[in-house]
Design a protein around this ligand. Structure first.
Ligand SMILES: [Zn+2]
Length: 124
């Protein structure tokens, strides 16, 4: 799903992205000439690998997702969560995929391993 930067104005535009078990529901608002602010609720069912036993399991996540989207290269360093796009289009599918990837790269413990408090104490 792609949205042209030029379509986003200072009045918030609703964003309704639901695809492949991922939903990003919120708004896009123009913040400055080249920047758009995304404020949303991110929900997904993600296949992850347990960091302890190596088993694949499905994890449900839901959290607020706020990002700054830059139309072209972003040079300031004061914003932390900035995603740059280089074809004047905001690619929501890309945002979704990179969010999923960061969840998969994180430490994940399957329900069985989460219950093993003893083991977790040693691990942490
Ligand atoms: Zn496990």
């Amino acid at each position: 799903m792609e949205i042209a930067f030029s379509k986003i104005k200072h009045t918030p535009t609703d964003l309704n992205f639901v695809e492949d078990g991922v939903s990003i529901i919120g708004t896009l608002t123009k913040q400055s000439r080249d920047l758009v602010r995304l404020e949303s609720d991110f929900k997904a069912d993600v296949d992850v690998i347990c960091s302890r036993c190596g088993k694949e399991y499905r994890k449900s996540v839901a959290y607020p997702l706020g990002l700054i989207l830059s139309d072209g290269r972003y040079n300031d360093n004061d914003e932390i969560d900035v995603i740059e796009f280089f074809n004047n289009l905001i690619d929501i599918t890309y945002i979704s995929e990179s969010e999923i990837a960061s969840i998969q790269e994180d430490y994940n413990f399957c329900p069985e391993c989460q219950e093993t408090d003893e083991v977790l104490e040693v691990e942490l």
